[in-house]
Design a protein. Sequence first.
Length: 471
Amino acid sequence: MTLHKGASESDRRHTGNPVNPFYGEADPVAGMQTSPPRHTLPDGPVAPHTAYQFVHDELMLDGNSRLNLATFVTTWMEPQAGILMGECRDKNMIDKDEYPRTAELERRCVAMLADLWHAPDPSATVGCSTTGSSEACMLAGMALKRRWTQRNADRYPGGARPNLIMGANVQVCWEKFCNFWEVEARQVPMEGGRFHLDAASAAELCDENTIGVVAILGSTFDGSYEPVAEICTALDEVQEKKGWDIPVHVDGASGAMVAPFVDPDLVWDFRLPRVASINTSGHKYGLVYPGVGWALWRDAQALPEELVFRVNYLGGDMPTFALNFSRPGAQVAAQYYTFLRLGRDGYRAVQQATRDVACSTAERIGSLGDFTLLTRGDELPVFAFTTAADVKAFDVFDVSRRLKERGWLVPAYTFPPHREDLSVLRVVCRNGFSQDLADLFLADLEALLPELRAQPGPMDRPESMATAFHH
């Protein structure tokens, strides 16, 4: 979470409290302020409609989530899903014995994902819900490290430092994991036209202290899939030559809910024996509002028993593995609702329609002549593009700023080492970003181009604007 500071002296002096009768009933207890306290608790209560109006009005200044082409997170669900979530928001789903049906829906979702991801024995697959892919990745990383520790307990009684192989394009949660759990992050930098991890580079960085390799099924930088099968093959060769049995974790935060439906012949999941675990975000292409992710392990051997806590559940034994011990059951109920509502054919239709919008939008942007496409939306429904080599009047940051004036949030950012020279725009297409909205987006982009072309050069920008929007 973002770290915030307390109020400054000037903030504390802001105590405006003039009376506005339109903001509350003519009742001294209700409090008819035109400005609420911002940094200290008020002395007394206000009427509920007054408190609502203050918060509601301030939130109007947020961006429109439906026009946010930066986020992968679901921004639209059916009204019935919203009602269902409202009915479950007061249930702490960690309390399995108190809310057994919510626990059962979670179990069913795990079973459905195990089947979807071709687990060799779905009944032996273990998994859990999380608050999102970041927590799921932390849990998967912990399992990888503990498995390495167990395998090397005799040879390394505590002196060796484990390492984890990944591309420089990983989501920041993997860097956090390595920092928090004292694992060396060995990142493969981008080179030339390669913007993610490749098999040869991954194998080259491995040694006897490698706890695993993270393969990304859908890079947040450009929407591309990493070659999971090729990485597994390269690690098979490493094992033959060196004897190191290195597992693979697939970070399928987005792609694990896209590829099974629109790329069914792509082998990336538990069909590969070296894939030990997979995570996904239910709140991304799983089509649920923010707050749910999933982590699955091939079998019980992939998740060391000593990491699992057990609670009494309906007189039986319920294993749990989580970082959070208070979490609403609403998102799990909504995930099961969505699985039930859509089924395989429904998910296939939604994801294919989203990919079609991404591919057609990318193609039309590429045809404008001002931009060069890096990806075309034909893997994840996500594409990245930069200004053409002959464009000198503006840069991607100018385009991002001008689109924001019209309500569109499109991130502009620089790539990581060794491609800091490359700055791009990225468009994430999600369910709810229809072809009609895409047409409106393109119309606004085209309308801005004459003014951008007329600039004498790119506008100056603070370095803080070069953000990667890794979520």
